[in-house]
Design a protein around this ligand. Structure first.
Ligand SMILES: NC(=O)c1ccc[n+]([C@@H]2O[C@H](COP(=O)([O-])OP(=O)(O)OC[C@H]3O[C@@H](n4cnc5c(N)ncnc54)[C@H](OP(=O)(O)O)[C@@H]3O)[C@@H](O)[C@H]2O)c1
Length: 420
């Protein structure tokens, strides 16, 4: 079955080459959707494509090791190149390790794969998801067990590692990831669903020592078959919940406002995530135009540099928006910035995503000033950054400054540098 562009859904599934992820992917292909699965193993990728032979052109395999930040970023780019919208992002990749492994990027393997890749994929694909009608991120892990396993001062388990601890901590970090997602993107239409599938007889991807392998075999005996356990995942994709964040544990909805779902811990994790990503070698030099456009479209604060009359630099922070490749902001007539730009139109503007501060783009160009449309632009910017009109957001300033003339600044970049 193949549906037309409007009806068919576009779905990305990490860990879609095995277990629950593969079952989701095949079921959605059978329903007519277009699905990209991500896994490491090309053999499994081929097997998936063979199994999807009845859906020509709608099944894709992206080979990537999601325990690497660089690879995860590449996956984001590949999905963006393939799809113009994403109805669902299903996060199923995980890999148990009895022995602690540090990735080539210096991060503990489970932390990088089970938590960080899910963080990067959700944020990196946000605008693609927002282009869908009822978008959902389905994070399949083990919600509702609180935060007791999280070692805030040793997230990578340097001081005493055990595979089941790493998995338990990863599950709890994913709960906080869901909470943090709704904290960071309060107005997004994307629904975030945390889901525990129960114990399911999947491939249990991992490298197990003898004890752990014996435990897995014992668990398998009582585990549900994939064909049955996949039903709640498919239900979520078919009919995403209305609430921004929900959690489903073995088929039952649980309260995400309870003590197991700790909003302060989620805020704390955001800082830790920034630190972890900062420890990874930054993105390769160069700025991907697509990433730059996405960053400029997000409510990121920009630092503008102009040239003073004595040649020294002057900087200030502004709200920005984009028109094609030009960047627009406003400034008051008579401000230092405005006077500098009238004298010397050379300008540079720097943006750095708050959650990935080791990446940035610097745009160098010239500025053109125009009074026309400035007030409208100020409202557009206020809506983008605060969700309200300028007068509602800043009633005092509006009253105090009355009709201070403002001007639009259009920066046309001649050169873009950075790592993004
Ligand atoms: N099964 C259960 O009883 C159970 C219980 C609770 C929660 N869950 C959760 O359900 C989700 C799905 O579990 P499952 O048991 O269905 O999975 P699974 O059968 O163990 O399959 C894991 C998937 O992850 C992929 N993967 C592993 N390492 C990867 C890496 N470095 N980069 C990219 N992909 C990688 C594997 O593909 P490659 O081999 O190609 O890399 C495979 O497709 C997981 O998040 C798990 O935590 C499962």
């Amino acid at each position: 079955m193949s549906l037309d562009f409007r009806t068919k859904k576009f779905i990305a599934v990490t860990g879609g080459t095995d277990g629950l992820g593969k079952a989701v992917a095949l079921a959605r292909l059978a329903a007519g959707d277009e699905v990209a699965v991500i896994g490491r193993d090309p053999e499994k990728g081929r097997a998936f494509l063979d199994a999807a032979a009845g859906a020509p052109g709608r099944a894709h395999f992206i080979a990537a090791d999601l325990s690497l930040v660089g690879e995860t970023r590449r996956v984001v780019d590949e999905i963006r190149a393939r799809f113009t919208r994403l109805d669902a992002l299903v996060l199923c990749a995980r890999h148990y390790r009895s022995t602690r492994l540090v990735t080539a990027e210096g991060l503990e393997h489970n932390l990088a794969l089970f938590y960080l890749s899910r963080f990067l994929l959700g944020d990196g694909l946000l605008d693609l998801l927002e282009a869908a009608e009822r978008p959902v991120i389905l994070n399949v892990a083990g919600p509702g067990s609180g935060t007791g396993e999280i070692r805030w001062d040793d997230l990578g388990g340097e001081r005493g590692y055990h595979g089941s601890w790493a998995l338990a901590q990863g599950g709890q970090l994913n709960d906080l990831l869901g909470i943090g997602f709704t904290q960071r993107w309060p107005a997004t239409p994307v629904r975030y669903v945390l889901l525990h599938p129960g114990v399911v007889n999947t491939s249990f991807s991992g490298e197990y020592d003898a004890d752990a392998a014996a435990q897995v075999e014992a668990v398998r005996a009582g585990a549900a078959p994939v064909e049955r356990a996949v039903t709640p995942l498919l239900d979520v994709l078919e009919n995403p919940p209305a609430e921004p964040l929900t959690a489903l544990v073995a088929g039952r909805w649980v309260d995400v406002t309870g003590p197991e779902f700790d909003a302060d811990a989620a805020r704390r994790l955001r800082g830790e995530t920034t630190r972890l990503l900062g420890s990874v070698a930054s993105a390769a030099p160069g700025v991907a135009p697509d990433r730059l456009r996405r960053l400029l479209d997000s409510p990121v604060f920009a630092t503008v540099a102009t040239v003073e009359s004595d040649g020294s630099p002057h900087q200030s922070v502004v709200w920005i928006t984009r028109d094609g490749d030009d960047v627009l902001f406003i400034t008051a007539v008579g401000s230092r910035k405005e006077r500098n730009l009238r004298r010397d139109p050379r300008v540079s503007l720097l943006v750095s995503p708050p959650d990935e501060p080791y990446t940035y783009a610097a745009l160098h160009g010239t500025a053109a000033l125009a009074a026309e449309g400035a007030r409208q632009l100020r409202d557009t910017l206020a809506h983008k950054y605060t969700g309200r009109s300028y007068a509602d957001h800043n009633a005092d300033a509006a009253a105090r400054h009355g009709e201070i003339p403002i001007t639009t600044v259009r920066l046309t970049p001649h050169k873009v540098t950075g790592r993004l």
